[in-house]
Design a protein around this ligand. Sequence first.
Ligand SMILES: Nc1ncnc2c1ncn2[C@@H]1O[C@H](COP(=O)(O)OP(=O)(O)O)[C@@H](O)[C@H]1O
Ligand SMILES: [Mg+2]
Length: 294
Amino acid sequence: MSIELDNVSIGFGPPSNRYEVLKDINLSVKENEFVSIIGFSGSGKSTLMSLFAGLNSPDKGEVKLNGKVIKEPGPHLGIMFQNYSLLPWLTTFENIALATKQVFPKYSKAELTEHVEKYIKMVHLMSGRDRKPHELSGGMRQRASLARTLSLQPEVLILDEPLSALDALTRGDLQEEILNIWEAEKKTVVMVTNDVDEAVLMSDRIVPLTMGPEATLTEPFVVNMERPRDRHKLNDHPEYQRLKTEITTYLMNLNKEAKALKSDRKYTMPSVEPKNFTPISGRPSLRNKSSQPS
Ligand SMILES: Nc1ncnc2c1ncn2[C@@H]1O[C@H](COP(=O)(O)OP(=O)(O)O)[C@@H](O)[C@H]1O
Ligand SMILES: [Mg+2]
């Protein structure tokens, strides 16, 4: 399935004090393509992903899945946000089973178990099958979260910094697993990353997002390197070196431009006032209040 953003803009806040996060965004991701979005923190990457996922509607423009406008999340889209947390009171197996049941309600118990275990094995997490999130390491939680997203068998994966919180070794493992799954199951992927190496290793195209407000996507970098890519040999690959330098330099210049712009710009602070403000000394104790019979 293909997914595209057509002239999309979105902002937050009241008209008098609107913060335009994204402006005139155009991006078309082809079926089976792996596209990465790269940009600085706060520029609007998660907002962009929420548009792709149908979790937010654009103020202007359209989001299309296979050419059809989408307005809400649907079964074709698998979303994995960095903080898209697992339910803490359920084990890995139970978390994935709960999600699976919503998409495959007719599964028998045996079919459900088989399906869930297939995805737990796919991310190499059988050792954490019966553990709750707090009993898993960060890397294992990300695996569980990925398995849950994949278990819904979405055709398009929307991954918002899925690996950013991980140490380098675990991150490398999971990059490889995502690539293996992408190659085996032929999915369309849009992934946000803050890591140039990761973007070059994984993507067909890398699209930079400028700094906000009114952030927009710029000319993509095309990664013309054969697959599967061997991370251990990448460092010696001339194309890898070239792309890495070019993208890093480009991002550094974006950063400089944004800083120069900022020093020219006059900011108006939002007028924010608390609605029901009671000074601390006069604040009624919550505990007393709620324990009183009414
Ligand atoms: N629901 C929202 N309401 C108000 N402002 C928001 C909302 N979501 C994001 N923003 C603002 O939009 C900007 C971009 O945020 P985000 O998309 O999370 O950036 P990134 O993922 O690139 O770090 C930030 O300034 C953030 O405060
Ligand atoms: Mg973000």
